[in-house]
Design a protein around this ligand. Structure first.
Ligand code: BGC
Length: 749
């Protein structure tokens, strides 16, 4: 009897004790002590869907009730929240707003705007009951053929890093988290789980890690996602050098590191490397962690270190704080935001004789199948389930244009036919462009005031892009453009091309044909309205390219070392499949084209406007840590507009070879009316002028005269100045992540 009472009392004590150990910010150590090994493993291994997350979201961190640890819901981005729009047995809908793709955001060069969009996306994360948004993606645009470039920002680390920080700050202003991904060098989709990206330490530091480093210095993302690929021989997820030596110890990151959604890799080594959360997570991985601790191959300290990051994160989440979400974010307000923001990322590539804007909307012949099937965003985990996409045909109609009905019917009939016979909507390949007879085109030219032709391109996760009928325009598209232009020009009427793409396209061979080319990107769910706003002059385009448009794909320095369907040798390990050599080294994007004096179709930073800008004389002032520069920009044209000024810096000749110049700062004016001007300011730290010297594992800023170039693009420098760095500066870091294969590094020597 006595024994029963004792056991009963003990049981009560255990229960009471358990109830008292609910996690609070002050008792993390205690909770870690009390968690069993099984519970710790449970925290380190997520689930794709255990019924406790948000339907259609990407995953959850598992809950542990006795410590008051709620499930934590992770959902994809970056163009908005990706959850299921409907739920079984529920008549409500859960559509999220489709915002412009990452590339379009970067082309705004407007960190305030990106922060505002981030804040709206974060609000949807919160109100749909999620805790962490798996975005932004900030991998470098190494090749225009990467299938996921549309999610990523730029070929330049300074632009990508600053846009990322703005995005993170915006989303997290709602008290929800972000995951900056994919760390690192996830620059191709082909064989993405296995491919070994072989990169020099210098290119790694200066190009591929830099955007992450900048983003972390200007924002505090709750999480970072380690990528799928290998880097210099080791999976990034298993690389302690990358995740612990660099990210944690060198950069001081103390948030949570989660793996990208990977199956079947050793768990213990990934926890040891620095991941706190294995996603999407399987029961066997928990067992693996438990057994590894028991057999001594993983230490409890390593487990506890990562568990602490999970607990730290949980404490910040809306779920932990008991936020009562509405499932009703203000979708109308967000739709208005996406519409007004999209033109800021659209790039006006050509505008002969002020073909745009068309201020008196008239009759428009709208060509190209994509005009009637406009694409708001890309495919894969970055695809948002939005309630609608405004087609260009509807957008132009809303703007007061009369869209030719016969042509509209023709394209819609072609689509229906195509859907029935071959492909599904939205996934038509570019080699199919319905062919119209010359007679029909001539009649359309007679009956309409202007022609608009849309060329569309879709891409996404899993696959890299093709060269033919994808990067290059197809024969059908070229024929359409030529024949329509001939017919309309014969009657003195203009032809506008709209590019509805997530990635770069070849333009050099055809850009002289139409009167204007508007690169609209994939501008979010209000696409058609936003494009029509720009065409009609209700809004003006103010985007500039965040990447170079080369003359041909073979001009891209990475081209020989990127999966293009050719160039792979089928030996034991296939080049560009099992391993990819970054022979172009630091010469990515404009760093290559400008340093090697290669012509391009449109340079990095390029974009026309409906007006003209004049740059004043720059003023430079040395500061304690570097310099501050300012320049006046004046709208000297006849229409309102915004100008992006890029600050490129050329280093003095020194020990290391360097690109002729590199972007070190940028700024965008507010909307300037004709005659109005604004002073733009740039702050640069001398340490940001450093290059990475592999021989000494040092960042080095050499002393001497630095040339400051204020550009309207990388090929259009409008004003120059200089800055004298009095003393050399160095910072020594760990000699880690050495390449495991021989590289034939591009050099100017
Ligand atoms: C993608 C990530 C994404 C994750 C979760 C992966 O396949 O690479 O970007 O966040 O899936 O959906």
């Amino acid at each position: 009897m006595k024994k029963t009472i004792f056991t009963f009392t003990l049981l009560i004590a255990v229960i009471t004790n358990a109830q008292q150990t609910l996690l609070t910010p002050d008792n993390i150590d205690e909770v870690i002590k009390e968690l069993t090994l099984e519970e710790k493993a449970r925290l380190l291994v997520g689930r794709y869907d255990n019924g406790k997350g948000v339907p259609g979201a990407a995953g959850v961190i598992q809950d542990i009730e006795r410590f008051g640890l709620p499930p934590v819901a992770l959902t994809d981005g970056p163009a908005g929240v990706r959850i299921a729009p409907t739920r079984p047995g529920d008549t409500a809908t859960y559509y999220a707003t489709g915002f412009p793709i990452g590339t379009a955001l970067a082309c705004t060069w407007n960190t305030d705007l990106v922060e505002e969009i981030g804040a709206a996306i974060g609000n949807e994360v919160l109100e749909y009951g999620c805790d962490v948004l798996l975005a932004p993606g900030i991998n470098i645009h190494r090749s225009p053929l990467c299938g996921r470039d549309f999610e990523y920002f730029s070929e330049d680390p300074v632009l990508a890093g600053n846009i990322a920080a703005a995005y993170v700050n915006g989303v997290q202003s709602n008290g929800v988290g972000t995951s900056v991904k994919h760390f690192a060098v996830n620059s191709q989709e082909t064989n993405r789980f296995e491919v070994d990206e072989v990169v020099s330490q210098r290119a790694l530091r200066e190009i591929y890690l830099k955007p992450f480093q900048i983003a972390l210095s200007k924002s505090n993302p709750w999480t970072i996602m380690s990528s799928y690929n290998r880097l210099n021989g080791t999976w990034t997820q298993s690389s302690r050098e990358l995740l612990t030596d660099i990210l944690r110890d060198e950069w001081g990151y103390d948030g949570l590191i989660m793996t990208d959604w990977t199956d079947g890799r050793p768990s213990a080594e990934r926890v040891y490397a620095g991941n706190s959360l294995l996603m999407p997570g399987y029961a066997e991985q928990e067992t693996d962690i438990i057994e590894s601790v028991r057999n001594g191959s993983l230490s409890m300290e390593d487990v506890d270190r990562q568990v602490r990051h999970v607990l730290d994160l949980i404490l910040k989440t809306p779920h932990y704080k008991g936020y009562s979400f509405s499932n009703k974010p203000d979708l109308k307000a967000h739709a208005a935001l996406t519409r007004s923001a999209a033109p800021e990322g659209m790039v006006l590539l050509e505008n002969r004789d002020s073909a745009l804007p068309i201020v008196n909307p008239g009759k428009v012949a709208l060509f190209g199948r994509t005009s009637y099937d406009f694409m708001a965003g890309g495919l894969g985990s970055g695809d948002v389930n939005k309630a609608y996409i405004v087609n260009l045909s509807d957008g132009l109609t809303n703007a007061g244009f009369q869209v030719d009905g016969r042509l509209k019917n023709y394209y819609e009939a072609q689509r229906n036919l195509r859907e029935k016979t071959k492909e599904i909507a939205g996934e038509w390949s570019a080699d199919f462009e319905p062919v119209l007879s010359d007679r029909n085109i001539a009649r359309l030219a007679e009956d309409n005031d202007v022609a608009v032709i849309t060329f569309g391109r879709q891409a996404g996760e899993w696959a890299d892009r093709h060269i033919d009928n994808d990067f290059n325009i197809s024969n059908d598209e070229r024929a359409l453009l030529e024949r329509v232009t001939e017919a309309f020009h014969a009657l003195g009427k203009k032809v506008i091309v709209v590019l509805n793409t997530g990635g770069v396209m070849e333009t050099a061979s055809w850009k002289h044909i139409p009167d204007a080319i508007l690169l609209a990107w994939q501008p979010g769910q209000e696409a058609g309205n936003a494009v029509a706003d720009v065409i009609s002059g209700v809004a003006f385009p103010s985007g500039k390219l965040s990447m170079t448009f080369p003359l041909t794909v073979s001009d891209v320095p990475a081209n020989n070392n990127f999966p293009t369907g050719s160039g792979s040798d089928f030996g034991d390990a296939r080049r560009n499949h099992d391993y990819t050599l970054h022979d172009e080294d630091i010469y990515v994007g404009y760093r290559y084209f400008t340093s090697f004096d290669k012509p391009v179709s449109y340079p990095f930073g390029y974009g026309l406007s409906y007006t003209e800008f004049e740059y004043g004389k720059p003023v430079v002032r040395a500061t304690r840590d570097g310099f501050e520069a300012s320049i006046d920009v004046k709208n000297t044209g006849n229409a309102p507009g915004k100008e992006v000024v890029q600050l490129y810096v050329g280093a003095p000749a020194g020990e290391m070879e360097k690109p002729v110049f590199e972007l070190k700062g940028f700024a965008k004016t507010a909307a300037l009316q004709p005659g109005e001007s604004q002073t733009l300011r740039f702050v640069v730290n001398s340490m940001d002028l450093a290059s990475f010297n592999e021989d000494s594992s040092q960042w080095q800023t050499e002393a001497g005269n630095y040339r400051l170039m204020f550009g309207a693009s990388a090929n259009d420098i409008r004003a120059t100045a200089s800055f004298n760095q009095k003393k050399p500066l160095t910072k020594t870091v760990g000699n880690v992540l050495q390449p495991n294969r021989q590289l034939n590094r591009l050099t100017r020597k």
